[in-house]
Write a protein that binds this ligand. Structure first.
Ligand SMILES: Nc1ncnc2c1ncn2[C@@H]1O[C@H](COP(=O)(O)OP(=O)(O)OP(=O)(O)O)[C@@H](O)[C@H]1O
Length: 225
């Protein structure tokens, strides 16, 4: 999996949220940090074509997000900060199956995929439960299950632990750790990134550090003092 971000600018009316980003993302675990409003979420949304750049290009394994959004979104899944924005069906297993709509699968094939992903995230016993009645951590896992059931090569997480208590945050951190897929994680939870391959620091719409976690996080901590 290789994502190329080429001379990307993102404007919202007169405001420039990203000011010239050039990156090649190919590591298995990449963290994105930066102060509030530095452009992290905007950047994350560009990676699977949820947002298209005002200028520049984003290429996912050579596919331009501006022209091949559908194919890009099959390769790159997105997990939102608030799972309530992502859970769309009233019952747990229906919500996971929703991600498979539009794919040509037999009913048995669909059910087998849903069952295996629910099992992997400890949600199998909750399959017939109302999704809204899950705990915060369970909801975050359900949102992730709904993305992973489509078998993307890469998952982008926008602040996956922010709304969770310590126990659930640790559970989600373990799940991210165990993912077979590439993970790109926007977070203020710096501990989550210690064992990552690479950490990129944003400030005012620009990349100001891009390094192994220890030096990048050190730079960020000093900059935020
Ligand atoms: N749709 C939009 N319309 C107008 N301005 C926007 C829009 N989306 C983001 N912005 C602005 O762009 C800037 C960057 O926002 P972004 O959400 O990317 O920051 P962030 O680094 O993720 O911040 P946080 O850590 O607070 O989540 C902010 O000033 C924000 O107000």
């Amino acid at each position: 999996m290789r994502i190329e971000v080429r001379s990307v600018y993102q404007r919202f009316e007169a405001f420039e949220a990203l000011r010239g980003i050039d990156l090649v993302l190919s590591e298995r675990r990449i963290g994105i940090v930066g102060g509030n409003g530095s452009g992290k979420s905007t950047f994350a949304r560009l990676l699977n074509g949820l947002l298209l750049p005002s200028a520049g290009q984003v290429l996912v394994d050579g596919l331009d997000t501006a022209h091949e959004g559908k194919a890009v979104r099959r390769k790159v899944g997105f997990v939102f900060q608030n799972p309530d924005n992502q859970i769309v069906m009233p019952v747990v297993e229906e919500d996971v199956a929703f991600g498979l709509r539009g794919l040509k699968l037999s009913r048995a094939g669909r059910e087998a995929l849903v069952e295996s992903v629910l099992d992997r995230y400890g949600l199998l016993s909750l399959r017939a439960h109302p999704a809204h009645a899950l705990s915060g951590g369970q909801k975050q896992l359900l949102a992730l299950a709904g993305v992973l059931v489509t078998e993307p090569d890469c998952v982008v997480f926008d602040e996956p632990t922010t709304l969770l208590d310590l126990r659930n945050a640790r559970m989600v951190a373990r799940v991210i750790d165990g993912l077979a897929q590439t993970a790109i994680v926007v977070t203020h939870d710096l501990g989550l990134l210690e064992r990552f391959d690479r950490v990129i620091v944003f400030d005012e719409g620009r990349v100001v550090a891009d390094d192994l976690p220890a030096p990048a996080l050190d730079f960020y901590r000093r900059r935020m003092q």
